[in-house]
Design a protein around this ligand. Structure first.
Ligand SMILES: N[C@@H](CCC(=O)N[C@@H](CS)C(=O)NCC(=O)O)C(=O)O
Length: 214
């Protein structure tokens, strides 16, 4: 039996689905909502934080965190999308940097303008948006300089680091981050969107749309 990838249309589950689609990984896709009352009983043993994505393996084991799942899926199909060997430290460098820098900035803005309003988690905090945008400009300029020298984060080509770094960018209709201010970054984003698995990972999958933003 193949593993089950539990997902929703939110950013990190989207990332895991995009990886699985990009790698044509042998998984069964199942939309889930662990935070919905009553669902916790089923999902807590799979992920005590009740977050998606989750990869449930046939032997009963389960893995959560999109990065770990991407690593596992690459292993499963024998792909170098998650690098092994000499390039692994460079890939981890960008995955790690993204969490505290560019991705964090995108998350701050997307959470205020998107998630908070979608799920009724409180009023938009313009102070957090401003701090997120300031951080975005600082980190985007670092990425722009790097991506003006090469097409992808690693010199050898596309890797999981590109997907991880851009996890919030497919939601930019909502977050409205000024990507256009950074031409190399914007061109990199366009190259990502030319990949069918990144542009439309949910194609063919049964999954309700996210709640609209009022
Ligand atoms: N650090 C985790 C973050 C997981 C997370 O925060 N998932 C959110 C979506 S981005 C979630 O499960 N939200 C509830 C849902 O989508 O039903 C990862 O990288 O996988």
């Amino acid at each position: 039996m193949q593993p089950t990838l539990y997902f929703s249309r939110n950013p990190n589950p989207r990332l895991a689905v995009a990886v699985a689609k990009h790698l044509a990984a042998p998984v069964t896709y199942e939309w889930a909502a662990p935070l919905v009352p009553g669902e916790d009983v089923r999902f807590r043993p799979l992920n005590p934080s009740l977050r998606l994505p989750i990869l449930a393996e046939a032997d009963g084991g389960s893995l959560f965190e999109a990065d770990a799942i991407a690593c596992r899926l690459s292993q499963l199909v024998g792909s170098d999308f998650w690098r092994s060997g000499p390039e692994l430290p460079d890939m981890i460098r960008w995955v790690s940097w993204s969490r505290d820098n560019f991705m964090h900035a995108c998350d701050m803005v997307h959470f205020e303008r998107g998630t908070k309003l979608r799920y009724g988690l409180g009023a938009l905090d313009e102070g957090t948006v401003a701090r997120g945008l300031e951080r975005f400009h600082h980190t985007a300029s670092i990425l722009d300089a790097h991506l003006s020298k090469q097409d992808w984060l690693l010199a050898s080509g596309l890797s999981y680091a590109d997907f991880r770094m851009s996890v919030f960018l497919p939601y930019n209709d909502v977050a409205r981050l000024p990507l256009g201010d950074y031409p190399a970054l914007d061109a990199w984003h366009a190259r990502l969107l030319a990949l069918p698995a990144w542009a439309n990972p949910f194609e063919g999958l049964s999954a309700p749309e996210l709640p609209p933003i009022p």
